[in-house]
Each structure stands twice: as C-alpha cells, then as structure tokens.
Design a protein around this ligand. Structure first.
Ligand SMILES: [Zn+2]
Length: 402
C-alpha cells in the first residue's frame, strides 16, 4: 500500500533561491539568484528581489545545479509498488531528479511506478523489455522473458514494446565473455532490424555491448548510444574516432565497474544517513574480478572526451557496489578521476543525458525549463566531492521536505 498521495495537497510557492553560484548544466553563469514559479525556472539573474508572498531560500554561497539525471539504472520490478517506489525516493534525496531505467522484467509494474504522483519521488523513464535472444544476458537469469527468434519477429516485438510504454529501446549484444562465460548473442541481421524498427517508431536505441566486437556490431546496426563503455580491451584513439564518426553517446557506468568502492560510499557520513537499509548490503557488495574493467573504463574517459564523444553519467544501480542516488556522486567522482574537468563531469550528469535522451524540459538552469534543482554547499565546479553536501532538492518546482 502506498501512503496517501501528497501531490494534491502541495501548492508550489514561488521561490527565490539567493546567494548561490549557478552552474547551468554547462558552465557557471553570471547570476546569484534563481526564481521558481509553479513547476518552472522563470528567472536566472543577479540581485533579484523577492516578489510578494515568495519563499526565500538562503543559498549561503553554495552552488545550484540542475537535478542530476542517472542515465543507467534498473528500478526494482519485484515486490510491492511501495518497495519499488523507495528506489525513486532514495534517488531524489541524493539530488537525482530523473532516472533512466535500462531494462526491466515487468513493464506493467514499471508503468505503474511511472504514474506515481508523490512529490518525494524522482521522475522515471524506462527501456522496458530489452531486445535479446534465448540464453543471452539477461534472459538466462529469468524463467520467462520475451526474446527474438529471427528478423521476422522484430516488427511484432517492437510493437509490443511501444504498447507497453518503452521510452527508448535497448538491445543486448553480448556473449558474456567479459565475465568468463559463453552465451548466445543476437545476430547482426536481427540487431540491425531492431534498431531500424525502433527508429521507425521514433524510439532512441541504445546497446549493451561490453566487448569491442559487439560495440562494432552495435554501431553497424545503427544504435544511437552505448549503455556501457566496453571493457574487454582498452579503448584506442583510433576506435574513439570510429565512435565519433558513428555519432554515438556513451554512458560510462564507472560506478559499477568500481563496485568494490561501494562500501566506502556507504560509510561517507554525508551519504550514509540517506541510504535505505534495504539496499545497504548491495552497496557494500561488489562484482568479482573487475581489475581490468576498472582500468579500461577509467582510461577510456579521457580518450572519449578528447575525441569529442558525448559522455553520460550512469551508475547501473542497483547492481552490487551501487545504489540509487548515492552512486551518482561516485560516478561524478570517477569521471573526474578519469580526466573530465569538474564542469564536464557535471554536464555528463545533467545537460548531456537530457539532450541525448531528448528530455527537452530539463537538464539546464534556464528560464522555461522544469525546476529540477539541487543546492549543494561548497563549489563542485572546483571540487567534485562537494556534490555530496546536499542542502536542498527541488523536483518539478516542489522542494523536498527534509
Ligand atoms: Zn545495466
């Protein structure tokens, strides 16, 4: 059972956030105030005076950022709806105002989750059922999962995903060799047909491919983005140029590749109190045998950046070593460790995922966009660690009660 819906009882007060540094999704802009009205940002300026009846939030010299967008999560699709909603609740506490789910088992359950109106939940989009073949990742773990058995099934498969409400489509192109296994994988003919059919419905297509040969297949199939950096071998400058020519974006998922640092995250006193007990053990767990994954994924950051490839932050929560919301701060730290500037890392978690997943109403602090905002103490544009010191969060113009 869910608690009584609060949305109807909440009125959005016009709000002036003052004495802040404003990072607009790309850079720090010449402003120290942001005015919110209804669900929108209406003014970004210096020395604004508060309109009558306006709530004033003292920023204390902190930094206002667009709400974070985690471009790779898996929301719980088992248990009660309220248990699954706890993932969205925890994410919002950490300033993640939108999560992009990269595959689920029960789309009807996720569809219900997306319709919840409580103001303390982050917004959710989902790939729904992913395109894969029998015995492939992730179908080998499940008793039942719709799969493809040839190009002839692609049209009806995509039609079903459209009916279920998939916001974009994900194709699994993977033989599990990076984890020392051997599983069947989708053929080029079928992955190409899937991408074309999804595009014909206007859906964006991303690929899960953790080996370079499958990234090559993904590109040849015409996907728009990669849901992971591949990790079977190091990225080379030459292959970065191939990715650049293909026009794909890359969701890094450094947090899951550095899962053994999850326990450290769980012990950070700024994060610890906001982590739900139900996911603490998963965060402190880790995926085995990841030495080369860590090394290759981290080294890829600088090469991708130098090649001008759009980099998106994504945690792959809640896999072992990660959790909703908190792991976005780990991902940000890792992007900087890998060679992004602090501003580039913040862009990877705000403007870039909004732009590449076509969420045109968010991801920037500019008038007319959704008031999805995070206020942090300190200056993450000089020290990325400051994103963990969250003072306030707004989602759709509503300030999260703390
Ligand atoms: Zn994933």
């Amino acid at each position: 059972m869910l608690g009584a819906p609060l949305a109807a009882t909440i009125t959005r007060m016009p709000t002036l956030i003052k004495h802040v540094r404003v990072f607009d999704g790309v850079e720090v802009v010449d402003a120290d105030c942001v005015l919110i009205q209804g669900d929108q940002i209406v003014m970004v300026s210096r020395n604004l005076s508060a309109p009558t009846g306006c709530v004033v939030v003292e920023g204390g010299g902190g930094t206002l950022l667009p709400g974070f967008i985690d471009a790779h999560v898996h929301t719980p699709d088992q248990g009660t709806l309220n248990e699954a909603a706890a993932a969205l609740r925890q994410a919002l506490r950490f300033g993640v105002t939108t999560m992009l789910c990269m595959g689920c088992r029960y789309p009807e359950f996720v569809a219900q989750l997306k319709t919840l109106k409580e103001p303390d939940l982050c917004d959710l989009r989902s790939a729904g059922i992913v395109a894969s073949v029998d015995g492939s990742h992730p179908t080998q773990f499940f008793d039942y999962y719709p799969t493809l058995h040839g190009a002839g099934e692609v049209e009806s498969f995509i039609d079903a995903r459209v009916r279920e409400g998939s916001d974009y489509l994900k194709i699994i192109i993977e033989d599990s060799s990076v984890i020392g296994k051997s599983t069947p994988f989708i053929s080029s003919e079928v992955s190409t047909a899937v991408a074309a059919q999804a595009h014909s419905h206007g859906l964006l297509v991303v690929a899960h491919a953790q080996s370079r040969r499958f990234v090559e297949q993904a590109i040849e199939s015409g996907v728009d983005g990669l849901a992971h950096q591949y990790v079977d071998q190091p990225l080379t400058p030459e292959f970065a140029q191939v990715l650049k020519s293909a026009g794909v974006f890359v969701v890094m998922t450094l947090a899951v590749y550095h899962s053994r640092e999850g326990a450290k995250l769980a012990n950070d006193p700024r994060l610890n109190p906001k982590i739900d007990a139900r996911w603490r053990d998963i965060l402190c767990d880790s995926v085995n045998g990841q030495g080369q994954f860590r090394e290759y994924a981290l080294a890829a950051v600088r090469l991708l950046r130098d090649a001008g490839i759009p980099i998106l932050a994504g945690s792959d929560a809640a896999n072992p070593g990660t959790t909703y919301g908190a792991s976005m701060h780990h991902e940000l730290e890792l992007l900087v460790r890998g060679g992004l500037t602090t501003a580039e890392a913040l862009t990877a978690a705000t403007m870039a995922p909004a732009k590449h997943f076509r969420l045109r109403d968010r991801g920037r602090i500019v008038p007319g966009l959704r008031a999805d905002l995070v206020l942090v103490q300190g200056d993450p544009t000089t020290d990325i660690d400051a994103t963990r010191s969250i003072q306030d969060v707004w989602r759709n113009g509503i300030r999260l009660r703390r």
